[in-house]
Structure formats: structure tokens, C-alpha cells
Design a protein around this ligand. Structure first.
Ligand code: GDP
Length: 217
């Protein structure tokens, strides 16, 4: 689990991964958000790397956002699920001028859904809105697709610094909401029940009730 509280106060740790084809602007979005910089060159991410950003949430709680960035698709497949294991959120980035990169987002969504189910918050990001005249995917189409897979949709330009902070703020917000929900869901569970869930062959759940006929005495 990637969320924990420190002794010095409630510090929440979130892991977010960036996914998307090479050159869609993943690293540029991070660079813009972290350092308010833009580099017109392709910032080849030679290996998975991560940056952290400390944020203070509206309720005064502190959170640390760990953002994992990786190179293109081949490398991601080489890294496999290790890359997104334990992640609370994912930014699936494509380039609004590049139809193929949008298709690639769809395959990441399928993979994440398969591997992480509903455990992960998803935001699809259409980057490079400054290239509006070359747009290949309409806002409406991308928005509609995101809705059908339970993801949110945002557009941005790392180059023009439009919509970038909003992406990371929304992601943090979504991951926090999910955490609160998880906390609410786990609270009522008694230690006894949890123990029974941990041990598959433990037959006494509570009050002597047995869930299946495995009681061999
Ligand atoms: P990554 O491989 O997905 O991490 O992509 P990069 O961040 O390295 O960006 C690939 C190329 O797209 C670089 O030349 C960037 O300067 C350019 N780029 C990134 N974001 C934008 C943007 O918002 N608008 C434009 N016009 N170019 C961008």
C-alpha cells in the first residue's frame, strides 16, 4: 500500500504513473509542473525515473506525490507491471495531433483495468493543445471515450503551460478521495474478520459460523 501516516503528522504517499507513447509530452508535463520549464527537444527518458512533489491538501493534510515517468511503450512492456504496481493513479497521455497515440491510450486503459481493476484513478490527458490546427482527435470524442471507461479527461499544453497544474491537482484529489473511501470501507472490519480473510483455510469466521464445508476438525 502506498499510503501511510508518518509520526510527525499525517503524511500521505501517493504513487502516480505516466503512460503513453513516446513523444506525446509526458516528461514535458512533469517538467512544467515541477519546475515550470519547457524544453523543445525530446527529453528522452532513458529509464523509469520518479520525481516527488509535496502538496498540502485543502484539509491541511500533507501529501507526497510520487510521479513515475518512463520511456516509450517498448520499455514499459519490458518493465511490465512492476512499473504500475501499487500505483494509486495513472495519467494516460496522448498527443491531440496524433491519432495513433490516442489508440495507444486505449490499450493502456485495457491493460490497467485488467491488472488493477478499480484500484486506480485514471486521467486521460490530451496534450499539445497549442497545435489546435493540427488536431486529430476531437475533445468530444476523447471526453466520451474517457467517460465510457470511468476515467476523467483533461487537455493541456506543456508548451504554453495550459491546464498542467490542474492535471496533477485533480489526480491528487482523486487519489485522496479513493483513499478516504478505502479508509471508510475498512474501518468496520473487526480484527477477527480480517484474520479469517487472511487465512484461506480458517473456517471459523465469527460466532461459530462456517463459510464452507472445510471444517475437518
Ligand atoms: P515523452 O516522450 O512523452 O516524455 O515526450 P517529451 O516530453 O520528451 O516531448 C516530446 C516532444 O514534444 C518534445 O519535442 C517536446 O518539446 C514536445 N512537446 C511536449 N509537450 C508539448 C506541447 O504541449 N506542445 C508542443 N507543441 N510540443 C510539446
Amino acid at each position: 500500500m502506498s499510503s501511510r501516516r508518518s509520526r510527525s503528522g499525517p503524511t500521505l504517499n501517493f504513487k502516480a504513473v505516466l503512460l503513453g507513447e513516446g513523444c506525446v509530452g509526458k516528461t514535458s508535463l512533469v517538467l512544467r509542473y515541477m519546475e515550470d520549464k519547457f524544453n523543445p527537444q525530446h527529453l528522452s527518458t532513458l529509464q523509469a525515473s520518479f520525481v516527488t512533489k509535496k502538496v498540502t491538501l485543502p484539509d491541511e493534510r500533507r501529501a507526497q506525490l510520487n510521479i513515475w515517468d518512463t520511456a516509450g511503450q517498448e520499455r514499459f512492456h519490458a518493465l511490465g507491471p512492476i512499473y504500475y504496481r501499487g500505483s494509486d493513479g495513472a495519467l494516460l497521455v496522448y498527443d491531440i495531433t496524433d491519432h495513433d497515440s490516442f489508440q495507444k491510450v486505449k490499450s493502456w486503459v485495457r491493460e490497467l483495468k485488467q491488472m488493477r481493476g478499480t484500484e486506480i484513478s485514471l486521467i486521460i490527458v490530451g496534450n499539445k493543445t497549442d497545435l489546435e490546427e493540427q488536431r486529430a482527435i476531437s475533445y468530444a470524442d476523447a471526453f466520451h471515450y474517457a467517460q465510457t471507461v470511468g476515467a476523467l479527461y483533461l487537455e493541456a499544453s506543456a508548451k504554453e503551460n495550459e491546464g498542467v497544474a490542474e492535471i496533477f491537482e485533480l489526480l491528487t484529489h482523486l487519489m485522496l478521495e479513493r483513499l478516504s473511501q478505502r479508509e471508510r470501507e475498512t474501518e468496520p472490519a473487526s480484527p477477527l474478520r480480517l484474520q479469517a480473510l487472511d487465512a484461506d483455510d480458517a473456517v471459523s469466521v465469527s460466532d461459530g459460523e462456517q463459510s464452507d464445508g472445510t471444517g475437518t476438525g
